[in-house]
Design a protein around this ligand. Sequence first.
Ligand code: 5GP
Ligand code: MG
Length: 379
Amino acid sequence: MEGRILVKDRYFVPYIPYERLEKAIDAVAERINHDFKNFDGTPIILCVLNGSILFTGELMKRLNFPCEFTSVRLSSYEGTLSTGVTRKVLGLTSSIKGRTVIVVEDIVDTGKTITDLHALLLDAGAADVKICTMLLKPEVYKKDLKLDYVAMEIENRFIVGFGLDYDQLGRNSKDIYILDSKTEEKTAMKHFLIFGPPGAGKGTQAAKLIERFGLRHVSTGDLLRREIAAGTALGLQAKSLIDKGELVPDKVVEGMIASELDQHPDVKGFIFDGFPRTTAQAEHLDAMLAARGQQVDAVLSLMIPDETVFERIRHRAEIENRVDDTKPEIIRNRIATYHSKTEPVISYYKGKGVYREIDGLGSIDEVFDRVSAVMEEYL
Ligand code: 5GP
Ligand code: MG
């Protein structure tokens, strides 16, 4: 196994050598063989493309009962439905009606992908769905869905190799490597995004982080108000749109961010709050940073359960006496909108290896300790 490797623009260090993967795959295959020894029927092995391709191959050659094979890809999050699943199964070639399906995944992180797929397969008529994943990040897996077969558990860090990619590269590595956040340039300017549903405490945590780490807070709302107050060209343009009740276009917001970046070349880094909200904005931010030789270093995602979001929004509305916002269906709708809007952005950053999920429950100080521990890896 090689030492440090460069995949595209990031360094990765050795994490799981192929020999250890082989042993873990041997063990998981043995369990599946045992469970299906006297199975009445022919299960279908379902490879989740693209990441699971190598694992599925290794697993299948160890299975010693009759089985069929098919593969699928899941569409990225695109629906804005307030109920149900927002994704589609693509390319399922054989019918799974009435069949037992063994889903083979590369990695389960938050479990969003696998729970969506599980529901979609049952919807498509599968009689039974078993899950087999090569890797699991138990620290972040928060779903109730039972994972029948897990070959190996790993820590909550970003990895590549053995089918898993960083920006589509690195899948062909035989061994698994882990993002080397410790040896990445400590001097370059850092950029952090803070994410979370309404009521997660983003503003509070951002304010504490700025003080502790000497960063600059970029809130697009604040920037807009400042430009308008200063009467700049951008500000005037934004104001005329807002006065007409229209949305400020991405270009204007991005222009403000670019000028904010250029006005503060000496700070250690920035924390973005409320931006980007869409994948298009995320791509523009990447381009803006790349033009300055920089990148988004980490996306800090404060997680609180929907029920807690619900209670916090309702509580806030009651205090502020906004009767409309106390209606359950309105609150549910806001939460659904939040998920459908942010999930594409989350999956975008996950693909870049910078997404870090943090438990947002507990006291302000408890959450701050968790967020700070993640930040310290970068600063
Ligand atoms: P989940 O929906 O469970 O949060 O995420 C599962 C998907 O995220 C995986 O199928 C994979 O595409 C991606 N993913 C999660 N963690 C990692 C990782 O450490 N490395 C890579 N390359 N992809 C990951
Ligand atoms: Mg996958």
